[in-house]
Design a protein around this ligand. Structure first.
Ligand code: 5GP
Ligand code: ZN
Length: 129
């Protein structure tokens, strides 16, 4: 079930909050997250299963299924995901980092609330697995 709350009066496609969404619950504080940075449109918190010394997820406060939906529905929020990730990287002392949006189950997306992975603090290989 979809419940419209908070900033749900914005542009078309904005869904506000989805009741059974894990990341909506972290944004609202209903379940705990180790939050490292917040902005008007985004929340950044540490990944529960980190894949690098710094592994932070940056999510829009509003519920969108994936990055493309954020960009289509609210370009300012899409940009703020990236600027927030960069701010967290800088705050944690990293000039070099990797940003990843998994989109779709076959690409590794397991939580269907858009999130930008910020990974830093080790060397990364290419191509990714
Ligand atoms: P995806 O696989 O969808 O790109 O990324 C989802 C990420 O969410 C995974 O890296 C996973 O470790 C993380 N994750 C799953 N459940 C939780 C949780 O309850 N809290 C936090 N902080 N991260 C979670
Ligand atoms: Zn959500």
């Amino acid at each position: 079930m979809v419940t419209l709350v908070g900033r749900a009066t914005g542009p078309p496609g904005l869904l506000g909050r989805v009741d059974d969404c894990l990341f909506c619950k972290i944004v609202s504080g209903e379940i705990p997250g180790e939050i490292v940075h917040t902005t008007e449109r985004t929340v950044a918190f540490r990944d529960l299963n980190p894949q690098a010394p710094t592994h932070v997820l940056v999510v829009p406060r509003d519920h969108y299924e994936n990055a493309a939906a954020v960009a289509a529905g609210d370009p300012a929020t899409a940009a703020e995901l990236v600027t927030t990730a960069a701010a967290v990287a800088t705050a944690e002392g990293h000039d070099d980092y990797r940003l990843v949006f998994n989109t779709g189950a076959d690409a590794g997306q397991t939580v269907f609330h858009a999130h930008l992975h910020l990974l830093a603090g080790r060397d990364f290989t290419w191509p990714p697995g």
